[in-house]
Design a binder for this molecule. Sequence first.
Ligand code: TMP
Ligand code: ASP
Length: 238
Amino acid sequence: MVQKTTELYRGKAKTVYNTTDHNLLVLHFRNDTSAFDGERIEQLDRKGMINNKFNYFIMQKLQDAGIPTQVEQLLSDDEVLVKKLNMIPVECVVRNFAAGSLVRRLGVAEGIALTPPTFELFLKNDALHDPMVNESLAVAFNWATEDQLAKMKQLTFKANEVLAALFDAAGMMLVDFKLEFGVFNGEIVLGDEFSPDGCRLWDKATRKKLDKDRFRQGLGGVVEAYEEVANRLGVKLD
Ligand code: TMP
Ligand code: ASP
């Protein structure tokens, strides 16, 4: 049995631990919830558990659809065993409807449909507020190769197809989401997490926000919304 050993990295919402197997890590989902690149952080009871179980459920769906993921085994309420990836510091964002930074940047109305869905890259750097970048910059700065970027884009659009259908069937719109990839044995593998912390989900009928925008915008009922999303998808929480 693999054992958790030393702390490797403490992120804004998760802590990463080394294990007795140098190819494996433990991700611990904490209750910390951050917005505005870590400027605001609060502890929300049960959030770590909900996101851990939600992430495991979604990663299994993506794995079943042929997207390689880092997830190995659910360990506890708030911990999961994963492959140790060499992370690519570029975030992949797909949008099906306009919201968030796209609305601020282009002055378009929130909620307009984007056809076809859009694809953007952001540099993972809180101090610089995750600036938008592009393929050319990513290659020039050796963040990723052309081939790796092409694969990341293909897998992100594939994930969008799978997840948009999954949420639609549960009465929700997948507005947008962010994925992070890494390299394991030379292969591009989906890492980090998929949870309501890193996507936007709206109720199809009312357009009620069911994701981290509730926290960012001070709408309240953050954990209740995450729990509702999990329940609608049939994720077992207790
Ligand atoms: P944005 O509208 O702020 O650019 O974000 C688009 C989506 O990606 C949204 O669901 C939030 C998610 N996202 C993160 O979770 N972390 C990030 O650092 C970025 C840039 C986006
Ligand atoms: N995940 C980033 C942060 O925690 C961006 C955000 O969600 O607002 O600051």
